[in-house]
Design a binder for this molecule. Structure first.
Ligand code: GLC
Length: 475
């Protein structure tokens, strides 16, 4: 490891101080987090919306074939999912056939019609490709589930009014509208025989798909481009839930379970900036985002922003002639030029003299870092990832302490959880600090497990439960 010159050492000490979140601070954050979760359950329009998801947990016996759509940050994924339930002789509980379609670059900032046309066309292409057309008709439409991983108000499971775009999306004409209705209209316009049964969030999908196989599942969490979780809340705790008699009067379906999945949307935690330790780089990210002031927690902890934080720190130091002197930093100056995988590669690099890191700097940014610059970059990559993982623990710890949950599985998905090698250990360390776990005490724990496919299998299970609830009849 190279020694750092004193001026870089000094910068690092300051950054370390700004980015380190102590165990004491984590506990204070969790305390405030719990208050915001409670506020969201009691009234509509609160900072953390605690969106009702209108589904219970699966029995594990759900069966049927469903097409599912998943609108991710870079791809649209279409799947045909066949659920076998607990059928004897079936090797797997579910089968899946899928295709991914890359989202066109300008779709994220385009308009609603562009979005729905793209989705309908790809759905049609999938049906042709997989030769599914003959199995369905206008009289017998294909059941369709939609994983829409943005905050949405749901009055029932096949309805979802987008509250606000997150994760850098900015498509005009969708916020404030029912995405289920917009999709349905496009499918009708194109004469496509689908019946949209459910709209779900990715966190709900992760929880349901995992609970289908693992009864210890307590939470579905995404640590990826965005950061969010879902859990099962007792109906008596959801103070804002309209009563069944009000729902009957409004001709809405009644909900018969004693618990309901809640999509917390806790990426919006602390939008009032009361507790999270924000650095000047976090402020910069927020100001340059399409929705300044929103998703404060997510902007500090989720994958979309970790690489950008790293880039902004390097730019700041380059501007002050502390890094990359007399090199062309134009690529480094492009917003979002670095993604989270860059950081994990740096932290993971065990190649002699860090050649892998140097290659990455050269191929991504056309920079040739000196030894101290390599060392400095590695230390910042670590600092940013550690802060992210420690903050991610706060959301889950808030749900668990609020619900009195002491053990179980947090079914997690997303690029940070899956691809960042040290994330899980750092997350678990922070959980231990918050919840007071003693090292090696063997006590039952809250553990991260790899979620089953939420947006494919999870979405299909929710659709199958809903079809069953309707008894085959339409509402
Ligand atoms: C953002 C979205 C949320 C989603 C999360 C993870 O926070 O608002 O709906 O669950 O990202 O994808």
């Amino acid at each position: 490891m190279a020694d750092l010159p004193p001026e870089l050492e000094e910068e690092l000490t300051t950054l370390d101080k700004d980015f380190w979140v102590s165990g004491k601070k984590l506990k204070e954050i969790v305390q405030r987090f719990r208050e915001e979760l409670d506020e969201g359950l009691s009234k509509n329009g609160q900072n953390i919306p605690m969106n009702l998801a209108w589904t219970g947990l699966p029995s594990g016996k759900e069966k049927g074939t469903v097409l599912t759509l998943d609108l991710g940050g870079t791809n649209l994924r279409v799947c045909k999912v066949t659920l076998h339930g607990d059928r004897k002789g079936a090797k797997e509980k579910s089968e899946l056939d899928q295709k991914q379609y890359k989202l066109p670059k300008d779709l994220k900032t385009g308009d609603a019609d562009g979005l729905w046309t793209f989705i309908a066309e790809k759905l049609e292409a999938f049906v042709q490709d997989k030769k599914l057309g003959e199995e369905y008709s206008k009289e017998k439409p294909m059941p369709l589930g939609f994983t829409f991983s943005y905050p949405a108000t749901q009055d029932r499971i096949d309805h979802a009014v987008l509250q606000t775009w997150t994760k850098g999306f900015d498509i005009k004409g969708v916020e404030g509208n029912d995405v289920a209705q917009q999709l349905r209209e496009k499918l009708e316009e194109k004469n496509l025989p689908f019946e949209l049964i459910c709209v779900i969030n990715d966190t709900v999908g992760a929880m349901i798909a995992s609970a289908y196989n693992d009864p210890k599942t307590i939470i579905g969490a995404i640590f990826g481009t965005g950061c969010n979780a879902a859990y099962m809340a007792s109906l008596s705790d959801i103070k804002k839930l309209p009563s069944n008699s009000e729902r009957t009067a409004n001709k809405q379906h009644v909900y018969t379970g004693d618990k309901m999945a809640i999509n917390c949307e806790y990426g919006a935690f602390d939008n009032a900036h009361r507790i999270l330790p924000r650095t000047k780089f976090d402020t910069q990210i927020d100001a340059a985002s399409p929705r300044p002031g929103e998703q404060t927690f997510e902007k500090l902890s989720a994958g979309l922003y970790l690489g950008e934080l790293f880039r902004l720190i390097l730019v700041d130091l380059a501007d002050r002639s502390l890094l990359f002197q007399s090199q062309d930093t134009s690529k480094l100056r492009e917003p979002y030029a670095i993604d989270t995988s860059f950081l994990s590669h740096l932290e993971d690099d065990e190649s002699p003299a860090f050649t892998a890191t140097r290659d990455l700097f050269s191929s991504t940014l056309s920079l040739t870092p000196t030894d101290p610059e390599v060392e400095f970059s590695r230390r910042i990559a670590e600092m940013i990832a550690v802060r992210g993982a420690r903050l991610c623990a706060c959301g889950v710890a808030a749900i668990c302490t609020k619900e009195g949950i002491r053990e179980g599985h947090v079914a997690a998905d997303g690029s940070v959880a899956n691809k960042h090698p040290k994330f899980k250990r750092r997350w678990a360390d922070a959980m231990g600090e918050i919840l007071g776990w003693e090292d090696g005490d063997g006590a039952a724990r809250i553990e991260i497990t790899s979620a089953e496919d939420g947006s494919g299998v999870g979405c299909a299970i929710v659709a199958a439960m809903e079809i069953e609830r309707r008894g085959g009849a339409k509402e």
